[in-house]
Design a protein around this ligand. Structure first.
Ligand code: 5GP
Length: 170
């Protein structure tokens, strides 16, 4: 497979990250924040965002699986849990892409039961598809069409994550 089309450029993505970083700095001023990145796709978003943050922030990662190839399996499983106890903390979950919402609504249920002080979501890309859930995403990057995308952390069979822009495959 070859990359057919750049959907969102590196500079558009970086200016959106700046915008979201500024907003987070304002919203969490004077407070602690624990950012939880969902592996593997969110690693680039978390690392770019981290460099913009001025609040008292720490990081952890969780790994879940929900997809195989380009098809949803409808299954969400925790592959690697958090290392940090989140009770009483302000949590921001960072996800690469929001499609049906299955992954995040599942995580919300699990993490809410661990009694965080607050729990919010950031998604870099939101797919314009039927949602199985109506989750409130506090920080979002770009709305995109229903096509399968790669780059900026998103893969196809383990490849293309390193691209600094978002693309569709042919
Ligand atoms: P949801 O649970 O919201 O349906 O799906 C979220 C997960 O599905 C994302 O974390 C991502 O792993 C995967 N996913 C959904 N759409 C795409 C896509 O267009 N490209 C890639 N690479 N992964 C996707």
């Amino acid at each position: 497979m070859k990359i057919s089309k750049e959907l969102i450029s590196e500079s558009e993505i970086q200016s959106k990250i700046n915008e979201i970083g500024d907003q987070i700095n304002e919203d969490y001023e004077g407070q602690d924040l624990l950012i939880i990145g969902i592996l593997k796709g969110a690693f680039i978003t978390v690392s770019d965002l981290a460099k913009r943050l001025k609040v008292d922030v720490s990081f952890d990662f969780i790994s879940v699986s929900s997809y195989e190839g380009t098809e949803t399996s409808g299954q969400v499983k925790i592959e690697k849990d958090l290392d940090i106890d989140i009770s009483g903390k302000n949590i921001l979950i960072v996800e690469d892409i929001f499609d049906t919402g299955l992954t995040l609504s599942y995580l919300k249920k699990i993490l809410d039961s661990r009694n965080p002080k607050s729990l919010e979501f950031m998604c870099m890309f939101i797919k314009d598809t039927d949602k199985t859930t109506s989750l409130d995403i506090k920080y979002h990057g770009f709305k995109i069409g229903p096509e399968f995308v790669v780059g900026y952390g998103l893969d196809f069979e383990g490849k293309y994550r390193e691209l600094p822009y978002l693309a569709v495959l042919s």
